[in-house]
Design a protein around this ligand. Structure first.
Ligand code: ADP
Length: 497
């Protein structure tokens, strides 16, 4: 048995898997989001730990397994979210600053103006943005009373959520302050080429190295916890998207997955050499195993399943997300309607923060079914854009795209995706890829599986969607989409001038 702890942005979850990767029990608890000011998002670290501990106990109890039968624990977590705590008493100095938080935009803008963007990009594989942890750590040091002095004296620890959970899991025994390479690679303090914290980046962000955790492999026993009554090894750690890539068994270069949640996250395994992306996709650590780093290109779509939420909550044309499929199937096509859901700007490969949503091509005959269909198409088209850019950057052609996440249950969307991307789509039988990845990393770490090849054999496909759309039709869709995206671009800026 394996226990996966899946600490997400809105809830803490725990899942118990058996050795065939079947779910034996799970539990989930939501926790509070704090919005102290516009653009700020915080979590209470104690609440994160408490909910995570409670759901773990609940899952163990539901599964009816004695803790002694749990061979290992794997941890996966919301990435980039960061907190500062006191090494002596383990008390956080402030709420955790969540990845979505934009309070450090100004700091990032200044560094860009001072010409540091290229160094940061080259060393970390990331764009210079408040999204990542470094500017948030800097904010905590500069704004929490006494934090910088205490940090200089070596009294404080900083960590992403994996670090915080492990600190608490091991606090009674041998307190561990560690993180894995995937989480480290999202801080903007980690050099993806050397696999270590980078002195130049630390100086640039003015962050003392003594604050930082030790970096360990994503798979392999790195600590032991006794909080469940028996000593259990912790042998897997990965940030959520990397964990999903692992859980989808994308172990070979050229293999990719897309998670269709609120947003869509696409990761492509690029093997043992990091590469620079011409489309400004992120280069990130996929995992480190036996001291060997593997890398991935990452791209995301801001409005994925959230576009369907907008149909529900904004337009009110459906009551719940699952109705979108039936509604979209009432019509054969969008009737020429295109929706560009650039509600919060456009990410890769456009990178236009001033783009705004656009619904175009409507006629007197346009119905809500056409709009629903255009909304589904818009998700597939955005994913196709990112995936194409990724394939171009990596000079590879996908043999298939593996999918998971809440919206991947929608068969029409998956068929559209296959048609518009001209790549087969594969949906696994187990779509809890994120938790599954943590369990697989942990199982590999304690030798339940001897190699990733063995995990590949346990991984099972459930549904396949093959491209069926004629080339000319696909091209027509893509051309019309490109025209609409162009019209949605630069809108907010134009409006102000
Ligand atoms: P997250 O982890 O980001 O909260 P989930 O993986 O739980 O997201 O997926 C939820 C998202 O999937 C929501 O945005 C919802 O609108 C969308 N969704 C759920 N069911 C469907 C469906 N049948 N068709 C399309 N989108 C769906």
């Amino acid at each position: 048995m394996l226990l996966a702890l899946d600490q997400g942005t809105t809830s803490s979850r725990a899942i118990i898997f058996d050795d065939n990767l079947l779910i034996q029990a799970s539990a989930q608890k939501e926790f509070q989001q704090y919005y102290p000011q516009s653009g700020w998002v915080e979590h209470d670290p104690e609440e994160i730990w408490n909910t995570q501990y409670e759901v773990a106990c609940e899952a163990i109890e539901k599964a009816g397994v004695p803790p002694v039968q749990i061979q290992s624990i794997g941890i996966t977590n919301q990435r980039e979210t960061i907190l500062l705590w006191n090494r002596q008493d383990g008390k956080p100095l402030h709420n955790a600053i969540v990845w979505q938080d934009r309070r450090t935009s100004e700091t990032c803008r200044k560094l860009r103006e001072d010409g540091h963007e290229e160094t940061i990009r080259e060393k970390t594989g990331l764009v210079l943005d408040p999204y990542f942890s470094a500017s948030k750590i800097r904010w905590l040091l500069d704004n929490v009373d006494g934090a910088r002095e205490a940090a200089e004296e070596g009294k404080l620890a900083v960590g992403t959520i994996d670090s915080w959970l492990i600190w608490n899991l091991t606090k009674g025994v041998d307190k561990k302050h560690i993180t894995d390479a995937t989480n480290a690679s999202r801080t903007q303090l980690y050099n993806i080429h050397t696999g270590d914290w980078d002195e130049e980046l630390l100086a640039l962000w003015n962050i003392p190295r003594s604050l930082l955790p030790e970096i360990v492999d994503s798979s392999g026993t790195c600590a032991e916890t006794e909080v469940f009554g028996k000593a259990i090894p912790i042998s897997g750690i990965a940030g959520d998207q990397q964990s999903a890539l692992f859980g989808q068994a994308c172990f070979q270069p050229g293999m990719a997955k897309c998670t269709y949640g609120t947003g869509c996250f696409i990761l492509l395994n690029i093997g043992e050499k990091p590469m620079h992306s011409a489309s400004r996709l992120l280069t990130t650590v996929a995992w480190s195993i036996n001291g060997r780093l593997e890398y991935a290109l990452e791209g995301s779509v801001f409005m994925g399943g959230a576009t369907i939420q907008w149909l529900r909550d904004g337009l009110g044309i459906i009551q719940n997300a699952s109705e979108v499929e039936t509604l979209a199937l009432e019509v054969e096509d969008t009737g020429g309607v295109v929706l560009v859901p650039a509600f919060t700007g456009l990410g890769a490969p456009y990178w236009d923060p001033d783009a705004r949503g656009l619904l175009i091509g409507m006629t007197r005959g346009t119905s809500r079914a056409h709009i629903a269909r255009a909304a589904l198409e818009s998700i597939a088209l955005q994913v196709a854009d990112v995936t194409k850019a990724m394939q171009d950057d990596a000079r590879t052609t996908l043999r298939e795209l593996r999918v998971d996440g809440g919206a991947s249950v929608n068969n029409s969307l998956m068929q559209l995706q296959s048609d518009l991307l001209d790549v087969p789509i594969v949906r696994p039988s187990q779509t809890e890829s994120t938790a599954l990845g943590a369990a697989c990393l942990a199982g590999l770490g304690v030798g339940i599986w001897k190699s990733t090849e063995q995990i590949s054999k346990v991984w099972q496909a459930d549904a396949h969607f093959k491209p069926e759309m004629p080339n000319s039709e696909r091209q027509h869709h893509l051309n019309r989409w490109a025209k609409a995206v162009d019209r949605a671009g630069n809108w907010d800026k134009e409006d102000q001038s």
